[in-house]
Write a protein of this length. Structure first.
Length: 79
């Protein structure tokens, strides 16, 4: 057989995108990236957990890191 790859991919094909929590500053208690309910999610943040625009980004950065569409899909199951 073949040896396992030295650097396996970070995301498996079956893992959903997102799930990188929006970090909270321990001093201010504010999220590192803006939470903008009603705006489209920042695709880069959802994919990587980071955002190069930081607090100036015009998009939403969900606190739990899951895409808004995932949360809306399960609102009857999860609050």
């Amino acid at each position: 057989g073949f040896p396992a790859p030295a650097n396996p991919p970070l995301l498996s094909p079956n893992r959903s995108v997102g799930g990188f929590p929006n970090p909270v500053d321990p001093v201010t208690g504010q999220h590192k990236f803006p939470v903008r309910s009603g705006q489209s999610d920042c695709a880069f943040f959802i994919k990587t957990g980071d955002c190069s625009y930081g607090p100036n980004c015009k998009f939403n950065h969900p606190p739990d890191g899951r895409p808004s569409s995932d949360r809306e899909q399960y609102t009857d199951v999860y609050p």
